[in-house]
Design a protein around this ligand. Sequence first.
Ligand code: F6R
Length: 673
Amino acid sequence: MCGIIGYISNEDGGNGRDDEHGGGERADGGPTGGGRALPVLVDGLRNLEYRGYDSAGVALVEDDAVAVHKQQGVIDDLALPDAHPATCGVGHTRWSTHGKPTDANAHPHTDCTGDVAVVHNGIIENYDHLRAELEAAGHAFSSETDTEVVPHLLEAELAARREAATDGGRVDEDGDAGGAESAADGDGEPVDDVGPYRTASTSGGFGDVDVVAAVEAVVDRLEGSYAVAVTVAGREELVVARQDSPLVLGLGDGANFVASDVTAFVEHTREVAYLEDGDVARVTGDAVDVRHDGAWVERDRKTVDWEAEAAEKGGYDHYMLKEIYEQPGALRQTLSGRIDEVAGDVDLDVDLPADVLADVEEIQLVACGTSYHAGLYARRLLEEFADVRVTVEVASEYEFTGGRDPWETLVVAVTQSGETADTLSAMRKAAKAGARTLAVTNTVGSTAAREADDALYIRAGPEIGVAATKTFAAQVTALSLLTVHVGRRRGALSSERASHLLENLRGLPGAVQQLLDASDRLQAVASEYVDEDAYFFVGRQLGSAVALEGALKLKEIAYVHAEGFPSGELKHGTLALVTEDTPVLTVLTEGARPKETLNNVKEVESRGAPVIGFSSYDAAANYLDVEIPIPDLGVLEPLVANVGLQLFAYHVANELGRAIDKPRNLAKSVTVE
Ligand code: F6R
């Protein structure tokens, strides 16, 4: 997840361009609607930093160029001029998905001529195909990102339209055909290195070419999700487009804004219009014009009443709740471009070829806390669908022992941060022994990603709340994709069976949304059962992994005693603690042996314990005090049930007035062993 901001003002607006530092100052210190772009973009990026923070950049429109300043690091590290006269520009804060966090991979990205600058949020699934086509046509790329295809496609489109408008005639000084050729020197290299500062226009300008029409033609070629904002040298306009990635317009007085969310500009205007999928809009200082399917359309104007801090949390009271609600979008990103339904296979961007996997006798999953629970879930999937022996170990307990052959062992470190000391230490022990390592992580460029032989990114976007929520769901989802990859390459999984699992994965975001829609119910259940003596979470198989996770969530944010374990274990001890003041939360779904679990439910029910069931098993209804229905989704049903457990934990903690986003004694990233 990245953050986008665009700003454009009338040159005469507000305090105008004569103010030396750009951007007029209000009496209260904030910039006015009119004025220079740079300070507004920088403020907006600071407000968006929670969406991603590994690199940042801005593009400022000049008469015959676009000045780009971008680099790895946080906004405050960005080397910027003290002032810049531009009244139009875009900015971006990045959370890497394609390519490491480096200066070259930071946005904005430019075309060969330096006239077009683009910022992008989302994933362009067909970028490798587009890039190959553009490179064959002479375009020189400067980054490893998927985004960079957009400015190059736009360059070609604008050049073609300019040529058509001039009746095939040449309009640039050297008589080049425009497009890629005009952008490169004799060696086909870009005219200027991409660095922190770049102004290298060689196109001769794109004249009066209709940028909106050109952007429409370009986004027509993109597959995947995107919110893009485009600037073109010499043009006082921003052109933006969205598909499955948020984009909102901020409507000011003599100035307008565009951003990934209102946080970016809420201090300037609360008047907004949300773009819809398929929209392309032209934004100037005076006007906002939206096109959809080739026709001009109106989008409703709304007034937001959030304060800046609330806006950062998207109007939610806590980051944790926001992140719970972000799960459908996060999971779509995890899956994006990786499923090949026709072949019943996946495309994972990891170098684990069939001959390597054929030699693997055992997969060892190493992780801590919530990531360990994701590992427990994945173990069942790998064993069932990839027919491989799997062990899951708490990373702090891990040793590479037991007569294992390192050449026949794949060690998978599951760590959302990629920086957990215990997990890194386990991974290093495995690597030292000679085993092949794979990091499954949310953080491109993290230590785990750099040190492992391969990295599989879960693409959940940054998680601010200390309690892991969306990253757990994304870990299990990414590990499910890995299961298909391993199963197919080892010849253990038929394409029909793989297709069925992939179909369930496709249905996962929608099923999670169904649980989120039941949040009010879970809030009421939490109110009813707050303040109990203890809470037990039970299930079997995949359900027991989720039971452990549900208990951990409640413990860490509500500070109440909770225990999770396989339901069959109740009768071996814990049943002695079960009373009418100990609610038992139970996973009764496919993949969790609901029939056997129900027998254990009967044991606790007969001792008066309230039973809250997350269930797709009709026969259970009579034994449950509360039934939360789980939609049919095969082996992913327990993962959907987990969203209900997250909401239960959140609402209990909220009722108890806990510091939900920063629970006592805990840190987001545990970098000590
Ligand atoms: C619990 C939680 C922790 C982490 C654990 C591992 O909500 O967040 O249990 O899961 O510290 O962290 P990563 O995944 O960053 O290695």
